[in-house]
Design a protein around this ligand. Structure first.
Ligand code: ADP
Ligand code: MG
Ligand code: MG
Ligand code: MG
Length: 400
């Protein structure tokens, strides 16, 4: 079973059996492929008569969304596994445990989180997650601090960064987020009803300037190990627990890209509310809750990050007066800008979000799309002058 090939269900079962301590010796095992992503196979292996189970995620050498015509390096499975292990060491409660892997077969065996809900699904159903901002704020503060030059030895950081060179997946981001929405591209995907919006995105050179600055940061700033794809579809939630999965886009990049991914996706759900609920009161309550969640993601990140900085700084020069405040204010600006880029691309780019795409009526869907674009563009346009999370909230409310 050594040379690369997609695993069969039978092979997944054999593999599960070979992981020490996971299943009783003679357990009868069953396997289902449950992947809903575009890039990978996900096998759920369960024991028939006990609660034991595991997940095996295997990369395939092409993106499923466009058939086999879009080749993608299998090395991303190694990167995902290494990111899961690195993040799990830093945040054991917030990341699934890895039980085994093969770089050659491009799979990772990990903890089964089937009792959790994918957050995007939960938000679409109107669920509240009062602990989410605190949990994800802690994930962001810890993973970003401890993999940066602030929280780790600078030479060791360079060596670690060398293990996260991820050109194929970074190229997806560079193309789909920072380029395609601003020009004519076969990758773009939007309904004719918003052609006027797409045309504005293509011709607004002031907006292009801001996007180009953000793109430059993404291309060049190896600030910390990023998850790289931290949307609400990469987060499993329960009322009292949060787990981050799917870090195959991991690489060393600007911290605000991850924080902006979370906030941008909360704001996409916020923008979708206009198309979902007919009852004004329910809608206003959900919108207010989403704004508070977005605010909480930043405030929990910031307080956690400052605490780590004050207690665990590895770098003498970074104790310079004023540097911490400056550093965090830059992260906030980046967060706003990247959040905006992520919102824009989910409306006109290749890959959309169910929060908005599954709105049943054309009118409501279009209104939500326009609202998401208005917020996204405003965040990108103004990101360099943002000074506080309240400024972000104000821009969101003014654009709505
Ligand atoms: P992709 O990179 O293809 O998007 P994901 O890692 O997001 O793959 O996994 C796709 C889906 O498989 C998830 O939305 C979830 O339903 C399921 N899944 C992935 N990892 C786990 C896990 N550890 N436990 C339970 N289900 C999982
Ligand atoms: Mg995924
Ligand atoms: Mg069972
Ligand atoms: Mg993925």
């Amino acid at each position: 079973m050594s040379a690369y090939h997609p695993l069969s269900a039978e092979e997944a079962i054999q593999l599960a059996r070979s992981i020490p301590g996971r299943f009783p010796e003679h357990a009868e095992l069953e396997c289902r492929e449950i992947g809903d992503g575009n890039l990978n196979l996900v096998f759920h292996v369960t024991a028939k008569n006990t609660a034991d189970s595991i997940i095996i995620k295997q990369a395939v050498p092409y993106a499923k969304v466009v058939g086999e015509s879009w080749p993608l390096s299998l090395d991303r499975a190694r990167i995902e596994r290494l990111a899961l292990e690195t993040e799990h060491k830093i945040c054991p409660e917030l990341v699934p445990e890895v039980y085994g892997y093969s770089d050659e077969l491009a799979y990772t065996v990990m903890e089964d989180l089937s009792e959790y809900t994918i957050m995007r699904r939960g938000l679409i159903e109107g669920q509240a997650y009062p602990k989410f901002a605190e949990h994800i704020g802690e994930f962001l503060a810890r993973t970003l601090f401890y993999t940066s030059d602030l929280g780790m030895n600078q030479q060791e950081k360079k060596v670690l960064a060398g293990q996260f060179v991820n050109p194929d997946l970074c190229k997806i981001t560079e193309d789909l987020i920072f380029e395609d929405p601003y020009r004519k591209s076969d990758n773009n995907n939007y309904s004719e009803a918003i052609e006027d919006e797409a045309e504005v995105l293509r011709s607004d050179t002031e907006l292009h300037f801001e996007v180009t600055l953000l793109r430059h940061k993404f291309l060049t700033q190896a600030q910390a190990l990023l998850h790289g794809d931290l949307h609400t579809g990469s987060i499993f939630v329960k009322p009292d627990s949060t787990k981050v999965i799917d870090p195959e886009f991991a690489f060393f990049g600007p911290m605000g890209f991850d924080i902006g991914a979370v906030i941008g996706n909360l704001l996409l759900n916020y923008a979708s509310q206009i198309g979902w609920s007919s009852d004004e009161q329910t809608r206003a309550a959900r919108e207010a809750r989403l704004i508070e969640m977005a605010r909480g993601v930043w405030t929990h990140f910031e307080s956690g990050f400052r605490l780590l900085w004050n207690e665990g700084l590895q770098d003498e020069m970074s104790r310079t007066a004023g540097y911490q405040d400056y550093y965090i204010s830059q992260i906030l600006k980046d967060t706003a800008g990247f959040a905006g880029c992520k919102m824009i691309r989910r409306i006109v780019g290749l890959s959309h979000v169910a929060d908005i795409d599954t709105i049943p009526g054309d009118k409501g869907r279009e209104a939500a799309q326009r609202k998401a674009l208005a917020i996204g563009k405003s965040l990108v346009r103004h990101h360099r002058s943002i000074q506080s999370i309240d400024d972000i909230v104000t821009l969101v409310e003014q654009a709505s």
